[in-house]
Design a protein around this ligand. Sequence first.
Ligand code: IPM
Ligand code: MG
Length: 372
Amino acid sequence: MYKIAWLPGDGVGKEVLDAARVVLDRVGFDAEYIHGDIGWEFWKTEGNPLPDRTIELLKSTDACLFGAITSKPKDEAAAELAPELQGKGYVYSSPIVGLRQLFNLHTNLRPCKAYPGNPLNFRDDIDLVVFRENTEGLYAGVEWHPVPDAVRRALETHPKMERFRDVSNEDMAVSTRIFTRNACRTIVRDAFAYAREHGYGSVTVVEKPNVIRETSGLMVREARAIAQDYPGIELREANVDAMCMWLVKNPQDYAVLVSSNMFGDIISDLAAQLVGGLGFAAAGNIGDDYAIFEPTHGSAPKYAGMNKVNPIATIRAAKMMLDYLGERDKAAAIERAIERVIKDGKVRTYDMGGDATTSEMAQAIAAAIEEG
Ligand code: IPM
Ligand code: MG
C-alpha cells in the first residue's frame, strides 16, 4: 500500500483532486491518502502558505498529488494577512516553487500530446514533451529591491554596470539567473534518457545563448556534451523566441524540448495550448527520491465549487504519478481510458465545447477503464 500526500490547495483544487480520486480508485490503486494543508487560507491565517507540518507529511509519503494554489504579488498578499499578522515581516512566496527547491525536484516533466478527437487540438499530430529545469535560474529567488550596498559593489566589478552608475539602489531591482553545471546536466540527461526510453528522435535545447551568454551558454554546452552519449538522438538548438514561432508554425516537427526554469515555464504553456490548454496540462516535479504531480492550471477562483473545470489535467497528473511509482499497467489503463473518452466525444467539459461537469468527466473516464 502506497502513502500519498493529498494537497488540494485552493479554488478548484479540491474538485479536480476528487475527480482524480474517482479514477485512481477505479483502477485499483492501493493507497492511503493523507491530506495536507497548503495555500492561501494558511497564508492568511498563519502567514505561511506552506506550513512545516505539510513538509513533514511529504517526507513520510511516497509521492504527492497537488491541486492548485492561489498566489498574488507581494503587496496584495500582505494586505490579505489576518490583522494580527500584518506588519510582522511575513512575505508571500509560492509554495509550489518552494516545494520544488526544498525537495530538490529538479526535473519538471510536461508531456503535451494531442489526443485524437480533442476539438481543442491545434493539430492532431503534436507530441511534445517539455523538460523544464525546476529549481534554479530566475526562480531561485535570489533577488533584491532596493539593492543592498554590498550587492551593488559586487555588481560594479562588472564593466557593464557602468551605464547604471547614476541609478540609486532604491531605483534598481535585481533578480539573478543562476545556473549550475550540475542542474544543466541533470535536466539535459533526463531529457535524453526519456527520448531514448520513449522512442523520440530529437531533443531540442531551448535557450538564448547569443545574448544571455553565460547561463544559456552553459546549458547549451552541457547539452552538446551529453548528446554524445545518445548517438541515435538528434540534438537541436533553438533560441526561445524563435522556438515560440516554430511551435506555432510546425509543432509536429519537434519532440522533446529541454530548457531552463523560466523559459521552460513559458514554452510549456505554449506547448500545452497546442493540445487543449490548461484542462489537459499535467506536470511531474521529479527529484531523486520524491515527486509531486500537479495539473499546471491555477486555482481558478471564479469556477471554485461549480463542478465545472476539466479534470483531465489532474487525472493525467495522477497517471504520471503511477508511472513514477512503477505502476505502469495501471497508468497505461488510465491513459487508454482518457483516450477513449476523448475520441468518443460524448462527454466534454465546457472548455471542450460541452456541458459535462468535472465529476461527470471523471465518472466517464473511470467507466472507460477496462475490467481486470
Ligand atoms: C507552473 C506555474 C508556476 C510556475 C507558478 C504557479 C508559480 O506557472 O507550474 O508552470 O511559474 O512554475
Ligand atoms: Mg507556468
